[in-house]
Design a protein around this ligand. Structure first.
Ligand code: ZN
Length: 354
């Protein structure tokens, strides 16, 4: 029997050399160590042997079993390592290949313009406030010195929800709300950005929905000089250090005196070009000293307090800054238009303190 076991061991060693995968290794294990294997038969045959032979052959069988088991285990470890290496080299990533392009959105040019204006005014100590877009007639008009039937309403009002509620035509009601909430608390220094709605017919320079940023300052001894200084800082920051501003008399119901503000043309430096229609000046916003009636209606003593207000359109400012000729481009969500601001946006992103 001993010789037969030796033969078995030899044939095992031969077969072991031909194993090249975990599957064939498993077959070999079943063959040589399974329930129906030769070695099992030898173990069973031990019963018929004498006690001495039992001890001797039994030990021999056990040694052979142990040998086969440890050989199989060593080979298994090697094969597993080999398979892992194969897998790793097959799945190797070539880091020099170009990656998949991920489409990341960019900030809309209007939002970008509003952000810039907000940053500037925040740096001058202003708060940024927002208000509802569905507004009462009282706050949108009456408290701003535009009583019912006032002719200046005709240029604006359109989207009524009820007799007394409408889509706001300006962000000025946020000023009214702020004054009412802070009566006798000064100074007030706010800007109010937001969407507004008017019955304008849509064309290259008009839209029934557009953005506005209004500003309001109320304190004792506020004068037109403060307004001029503030707007000069604004013009230089948005359109370059060389910019000058000029005031032209105008009319708004809620300011007295009222002015239109022009900046010197950034395209021609004031010499005259097609952008400024040969005048050297570009109209940029409306402003004025808060009308005493508006102060009184919101609970401020107009003899003690004064203030200035201004209102501008981020669309117009963005159009001037980026040379956009049709306001409708802002609202059509056309990626060919919006993608052009990616680069501008990224530069801005890196410069800002985000
Ligand atoms: Zn010009």
């Amino acid at each position: 029997m001993k010789e037969e076991i030796l033969e078995l061991r030899k044939s095992f060693e031969l077969d072991l050399r031909n194993v090249d995968s975990l599957n064939t290794l498993n077959d070999l294990r079943i063959n040589y160590l399974g329930k129906k294997s030769k070695i099992q038969e030898f173990s069973e045959a031990l019963r018929d042997l004498s006690n001495d032979d039992k001890r001797e052959i039994g030990k021999y069988i056990n040694d052979t079993k142990n040998f086969m088991e440890s050989s199989l285990n060593v080979l298994r470890t090697n094969l597993e390592l080999k398979e892992l290496n194969n897998k790793l080299s097959n799945e190797k990533i070539d880091v020099t290949l170009p990656g998949t392009k991920i489409n990341v959105g960019s900030i809309h040019p209007i939002t970008k313009t509003i952000n810039e204006i907000e940053d500037l005014f925040i740096s001058m100590g202003y708060d940024v406030l927002e208000g509802p877009e569905v507004e009462s007639d009282l706050y949108n008009f009456e408290m701003l010195n535009l009583p019912k039937g006032h002719p200046a309403r005709d240029t604006q009002d359109s989207f009524y929800i009820t007799e007394e509620m409408l889509l706001r035509t300006q962000t000025s009601p946020v000023q009214v709300r702020t004054m009412l909430a802070n009566t006798d608390k000064t100074p007030i220094r706010i800007i109010c950005p937001g969407k507004t709605y008017r019955k304008d017919n849509d064309d290259a320079t008009h839209s029934h929905q557009f953005s506005q940023i209004e500003g309001l300052v109320i304190d004792e001894n506020i004068s037109l000089a403060h307004l001029k200084g503030t707007l000069e800082v604004f013009a230089k920051k948005m359109f370059g250090d060389e910019r000058e501003i000029r005031f032209r008399p105008s009319y708004f119901p809620f300011t007295e005196p009222s002015i239109e503000v022009d900046i010197s043309c950034f395209n021609c430096g004031g010499k005259g070009c097609s952008l400024c229609k040969g005048t050297g000046w570009i109209e940029i916003l409306g402003a004025g000293m808060v009308h005493p009636n508006v102060l009184k209606m919101s609970g401020y003593d107009s003899k003690k307090y004064s203030g200035f207000a201004f209102g501008m359109g981020p669309e117009r400012i963005a159009m001037l800054k980026y040379g956009i000729t049709d306001i409708r481009n802002f609202y059509t969500s056309d990626l060919r238009f919006l993608n052009q601001f990616d680069r501008v946006e990224k530069e801005w992103y890196h410069e800002s303190k985000w």
